[in-house]
Design a protein around this ligand. Structure first.
Ligand code: FES
Ligand code: FES
Length: 198
């Protein structure tokens, strides 16, 4: 057994785990955070997606011991200030789910994806690498292709993410460079910002 200390949704958690326990099982079975789902348990579906220091990962493919001292955000931690995350609201508004089993992973993945996009990361369908790609429907679907939905709610999922991304197109950056509330980049950072404020 090994001691593992994780910062999960702003709370330091110390666990006594077998070294081979996955991060997914540590979250679900040891911390009771069952919002993160186990679909395939082999990295194929994205249902287990969480954020580590703001980057999306498949928690079923990693060991909890790898993340000692790291900051983990699950679906339980994405809301902030008593308000749902803008993506959570957008998923509801756009019918971005049916059974909901994939939804936690979809939303965590979308938060990470928007942060990647805001940082200028291209995707496999980005045509011009010299500038940041517009988040078209094709771009969103490619960037979210690691998250499967067996209910086939892809249209609503893409629309929800597109709605939040569209806010970025009209966002104004202040003279100090701060991103205004409501922008996609701001939405993407909200989870980690809210966590850091705890
Ligand atoms: S449960 Fe992790 S990718 Fe499917
Ligand atoms: S809403 Fe059912 S698997 Fe996606």
């Amino acid at each position: 057994m090994v001691d593992v200390q994780l910062r999960v949704n702003g709370t330091i958690e110390t666990l006594d785990l077998r070294p081979r326990v996955s991060l997914l099982d540590a979250l679900r079975e040891h911390l009771g955070l069952t919002g993160t789902k186990k679909g395939c348990d082999q990295g194929a579906c994205g249902a287990c997606t969480v954020l580590v220091d703001g980057e999306r990962i498949n928690s079923c493919l990693t060991l909890a011991v790898q993340y000692t001292g790291r900051s983990i955000t699950t679906i339980e931690g994405v809301a902030g200030g008593g308000e749902p995350h803008p993506l959570q609201t957008a998923f509801i508004r756009n019918d971005g789910f049916q059974c909901g089993y994939c939804t936690s992973g979809q939303i965590c993945s979308a938060i990470g994806m928007l942060a990647e996009h805001a940082a200028g990361a291209p995707s496999a369908v980005t045509e011009h690498l010299a500038s940041r790609a517009e988040l078209t429907d094709v771009e969103i679907r490619e960037r979210m292709s690691g998250n499967l939905c067996r209910c086939g709610a892809y249209n609503g999922i893409a629309d929800a993410i597109g709605e939040v991304a569209a806010a970025a197109a009209v966002q104004e950056v202040t003279e100090t460079g701060a991103v205004r509330r409501g922008s996609a980049a701001g939405a993407a950072r909200q989870a980690t910002t809210a966590e850091a404020a705890r």
